[in-house]
Ligand binder design. Structure first.
Ligand code: WTA
Length: 682
């Protein structure tokens, strides 16, 4: 990214007007523990940066119940990568999310299960949730799972997945949820990396009317994995015929029936890991991001209350899957820490028809809806007619997450879904941040369509010039986004690889946490996120590593080399395009020719199949383009910038090619792209 170009864009951003949510609509009154004005945000933000100890010490006592008070609010530095919050404090996350509400209000709704088939919907109260969590925790305890052990959870978006997570947390163990769309190979990598002894899964999942063979995938994934001793299987569809391995596999309903309805929570240190969540980075292998118990939970609870203006009687519908960070923080920990109700949606926005989201909102009088722009783009394109059939007037706050929301989509969201009567929160954050980094506080901080607005409390955001590595002071600047001081919910490490943590986040701009995103700050101090500056691609809000896909493609016999890039896509935000140079060209000299006849079409299919099988269907390339050679510098580095331009039909804007070892490859790549990809796009 060049600083000059971004500058012009920031100038343009300066012309975007503030949009205030209708104030009369908000029920939060000044002085009641919610943020009700931009001035209040500014005052509190200043305190949180200037005196984080006092600010967060107070918040930690207000939001969380402690078994033992902390003796120091914060220690360590970003530079050393040894940050700790609420030192010596002790608490339990499941107690904070379940018991304390179950004790005072057992009949209050905790989870609303909107099943794939609407006939199977269920409501789970806090009292019931406590019993279920205790029983599963009892099973794990009886199996010898101890504090600090990692338990993998490979399950779809059903209440039992959240029960499992809370049960793991209850006994002080660490959960590692693996998104149910991941393949057996990806599951295996994650289970092995964390040395999991136990996996919790279900026999089958259901999504969009189709059956997902979860247990079968677990069995495949566990082939040759020695660490796993026990598998707990929840009967989701009731197919008790799935093969069970004697001594290893046990049914959830049978095992929980043997347990008591109450098991005391294990007291954890504030810094004990609550969970790992594997995410893609710029290297080939996924990394287990480690989150702490107290700091993470505080970030989840504070942002849910302050950004979303969520009250305990509200109903939050987070449409993301619990296999990703959005589900962890805003379907589970945030709303439950506050004692609110969370809707758990197992299906897709298109099943059985495009009215699904709105039917859910109408049925449960949801006050908050939180979704990725990719789903909104889909509905805007094909499902708009359904919206007005439903009464969605209960909505007060509309959130957006995972990728930038374009200004025109923002306006559409505001008008069509919000009926100009809701706050729109474009929330920018990451797996590593644990909770919202930059987002407008509903009803208090005015939004600007296209901007995620201003940083959350304690997030000391700065823009760094990537060339000089220096902070850019003042407004109207662009560069890369970093954070200058620790915040409570930041990731504490990468599992078994602290040096990777230091190198990826802390050592790039010493003294700062580096987000990996480019961003600008306009004249009002508002932030405009410009996307990743590393090799991470965002497809439908899913974070994918191009290096991981390249490594997978390269394992195919026919592939000499692979280069994967992301290009803009109207529906999915970005789409994956893979360039491959082929190894064996026996019959024809020109691989591009070859890819057009029958057998290479098969190779193309094989490559797609390989990616789907090794990583998961969501990582499938949109196109695979065979080329004679990839564009490389003299030192052999692939110039992905050139590929990106060509695949985006901008071959006339390739810029400086003088560093290419062989500039002649360019015309042949352009030809291959035209023949194999662009002609299909038209
Ligand atoms: C991108 C998802 C623009 C960004 C919560 C970030 C966004 C990555 C936004 C993290 C947003 C997320 N506007 N870009 N509102 N939200 N991103 O870890 O590039 O799956 O670094 O966390 O998504 O993806 P992750």
């Amino acid at each position: 990214m060049t600083t000059t170009k971004s500058h012009t864009e920031v100038h343009e951003a300066n012309n975007v007007e503030f949009r205030k949510a209708p104030e009369h609509f908000f029920k939060s009154q000044p002085g009641t523990g919610y943020i009700t004005s931009y001035e209040q945000y500014k005052t509190m933000y200043k305190q949180s940066i200037e005196d984080p100890e006092t600010f967060f010490g107070k918040m930690a006592n207000e939001f969380l119940d402690w078994d033992r008070p902390f003796t120091k609010v914060k220690s360590g530095t970003l530079e050393h990568g040894d940050v700790a919050w609420f030192v010596n404090g002790e608490l339990n996350a499941s107690y904070n999310c379940v018991d304390r509400h179950a004790l005072t209000n057992p009949d209050k709704t905790a989870l609303i299960y909107e099943a794939d088939d609407e006939k199977e919907n269920r409501i789970i109260t806090y009292g019931e949730l406590l019993r279920q969590v205790c029983k599963v925790a009892g099973v794990l305890k009886s199996w010898g799972v101890q504090k600090g052990d990692v338990v993998a959870i490979y399950m779809p978006m059903i209440p039992e997945t959240l029960v499992a997570m809370l049960a793991v947390a209850r006994i002080g163990a660490i959960h590692s949820v693996v998104f149910a769309g991941f393949s057996a190979g990806s599951l295996k990598d994650r289970v092995e990396n964390a040395g999991c002894k136990v996996i919790i899964t279900c026999e089958e999942g259901k999504r969009g009317g189709k059956v997902i063979h979860s247990k079968k995938i677990v069995d495949e994934g566990l082939h040759c994995v020695n660490s796993v001793e026990k598998v707990l299987v929840f009967a989701r569809t009731g197919n008790l015929e799935v093969p069970m391995q004697r001594g290893r596999d046990f049914w959830w309903h049978e095992e929980t029936a043997k347990q008591r309805a109450y098991l005391p929570p294990v007291t954890c240190n504030a810094e004990d890991p609550l969970f790992l969540l594997y995410t893609s980075g710029s290297t080939g292998t996924p990394k287990g991001v480690v989150h702490s118990t107290a700091g993470y939970l505080l970030g989840a609870a504070m942002t849910t209350r302050y950004i979303f203006d969520l009250h305990p009687e509200d109903v939050l519908f987070t449409a993301g899957d619990v296999g990703w960070i959005t589900g962890h923080t805003y379907a589970l920990y945030g709303p439950l820490a506050l004692g609110a109700a969370s809707i758990i949606f197992e299906s897709t926005p298109a099943y059985p028809d495009y009215g699904r989201y709105w039917r859910i909102i109408e049925r449960y009088r949801a006050t908050h809806f939180y979704v990725a722009p990719t789903a909104l783009r889909l509905i805007k394109r094909v499902g708009e007619a359904e919206i007005d059939k439903y009464d969605i007037s209960s909505l007060r706050v509309l959130g957006s997450v995972g990728e930038p929301i374009a200004p025109d989509l923002w306006e559409w969201y505001n008008e069509k879904i919000g009926k100009n009567n809701c706050a729109i929160c474009d929330t920018y954050w990451q797996t590593e941040s644990g909770s919202h980094f930059i987002a407008p506080m509903a009803g208090a901080v005015p939004a600007k369509p296209g901007s995620a607005s201003v940083p959350f409390f304690g997030v000391d955001a700065v823009i760094i010039d990537p060339v000089t590595g220096k902070e850019l002071e003042g407004n109207d600047v662009a560069g890369v986004l970093a954070v200058r001081s620790p915040w409570p919910s930041m990731a504490r490490s990468v599992w078994n690889n602290h040096s990777h943590y230091l190198n990826t986040y802390m050592n790039v701009y010493p003294g700062h946490y580096f987000t990996g995103d480019g961003a600008g700050r306009d004249n009002d101090g508002y932030y405009w996120i410009r996307g990743r500056v590393d090799d991470v691609v965002n497809v439908s809000g899913h974070r994918l590593s191009t290096a991981e896909i390249e490594a997978t493609l390269s394992t195919h016999d026919g592939v000499a080399e692979a280069a994967v890039i992301g290009i803009n896509d109207d529906l999915t935000g970005q789409a994956i395009v893979a360039f491959v140079s082929l190894k064996k060209i026996t019959h024809v000299d020109d691989p591009t020719e070859e890819m057009e006849d029958d057998s290479p079409e098969e190779l193309r299919r094989e490559l797609i199949f390989l990616v789907r099988g090794e990583i998961g269907p969501f990582a499938s390339p949109k196109a695979i383009i065979a080329v004679k050679d990839l564009p490389k510098t003299r030192s052999g580095k692939i110039m992905r910038r050139v590929l990106r331009k060509i695949a985006s039909n901008e071959a006339d804007q390739l810029g400086d090619l003088s560093t290419l070892a062989d500039p002649d490859v360019v015309p042949s790549i352009v030809e291959s792209v035209n023949k194999q990809f662009l002609k299909f796009k038209k």
